[in-house]
Design a protein around this ligand. Structure first.
Ligand SMILES: NC(=O)c1ccc[n+]([C@@H]2O[C@H](COP(=O)([O-])OP(=O)(O)OC[C@H]3O[C@@H](n4cnc5c(N)ncnc54)[C@H](O)[C@@H]3O)[C@@H](O)[C@H]2O)c1
Length: 245
């Protein structure tokens, strides 16, 4: 199937979890993907699994120099059509237990990384002149007060605000910016908790009383990347079993 007509998208944090599933689905639909991550071994392995339509690049989203190099690669690979700002870190602590260094690291990866990605990818998309689609991954922690994950929540609210502002700035160039707000999703990011703690801490707030899957988020991200959502920008879509109701 070549539904996505060889279009090139860059997905950050795509070596595993939700990003990896999005890469698989984009390639399955006939698109090309740059799998960007700091986890080189699983990233390379996924690129091999997906074949010639995929390439792994080492990209620490908090480093502007890495973004400049990634955009050079994207230009050489062909026109950049899409970006998914998916990479993030999660070190959940209440405010009084959050160190300065932990807060700063959340800002660098989750917030600055998203800003740098949008800024540099939009420049490339503007120079190509055929529009584009950016999807930013926030969280249910970016929609409600989340006292147990203070720094993470702060940066996910920032992703929400940046997505709205960028969607207005870029609309005239037909570069769409939409954001997705997953609830608890069954990936390695939350595996540090035992299953019992998970039920206790997170699922009690989820009306559907289960975790979501990477595929359930990826389906929405692929829709937002694709032309199926051509008249959507600035949209905020929850994929959370009702957790933010
Ligand atoms: N899993 C959940 O319950 C949940 C809930 C809400 C939102 N989210 C969001 O979904 C997105 C994907 O998370 P996931 O569940 O797949 O987690 P994950 O931990 O499995 O994947 C995150 C990926 O980001 C990469 N990464 C970390 N720091 C990076 C950096 N500086 N530069 C580049 N890559 C980096 C990691 O190596 C990893 O491959 C994240 O934005 C996360 O905040 C997850």
């Amino acid at each position: 199937m070549n539904r996505f007509a060889d279009k090139l998208v860059l997905i950050t944090g795509a070596a595993r979890g939700q990003g990896a599933e999005e890469a698989r689905r984009w390639v399955a639909g006939g698109g090309r993907v740059l799998i960007a991550d700091v986890a080189d071994e699983p990233g390379e392995s996924l690129a091999r699994e997906l074949g010639p339509q995929a390439r792994y690049i080492h990209l620490d989203v908090s480093q502007e120099g890495h973004w400049i190099e990634a955009m050079d690669i994207a230009r050489r690979e062909g026109d950049l059509y899409g970006l998914v700002n998916n990479a993030a870190i999660f070190d959940p602590r209440p405010m009084d237990e959050t160190s300065l260094s932990s807060f700063e690291r959340h800002v660098q990866v989750n917030q600055l990384g998203c800003f740098l990605g949008m800024k540099h990818a939009a420049e490339v998309m503007k120079s190509i002149g055929r529009g584009g689609s950016i999807v930013n991954i926030s969280s249910s922690a970016g929609m409600r007060g989340t006292p147990g994950a203070f720094a993470y929540s702060a940066t996910k609210w920032a992703v929400r605000g940046m997505s709205r502002a960028a969607s207005i700035s870029l609309a005239r160039r037909n570069i769409r910016v939409n954001s997705v707000f997953p609830g608890p999703i069954d990936t390695d990011m939350v595996k540090f908790r035992s299953p019992e703690e998970e039920v206790e801490k997170r699922l009690s707030r989820v009306p559907m009383r289960r975790m979501g899957t990477s595929g359930e988020v990826a389906a929405i991200v692929i829709f937002l990347l694709s032309e199926d959502s051509a008249y959507m920008t600035g949209a905020e879509i929850t994929v959370d079993g009702g957790a933010t109701l």
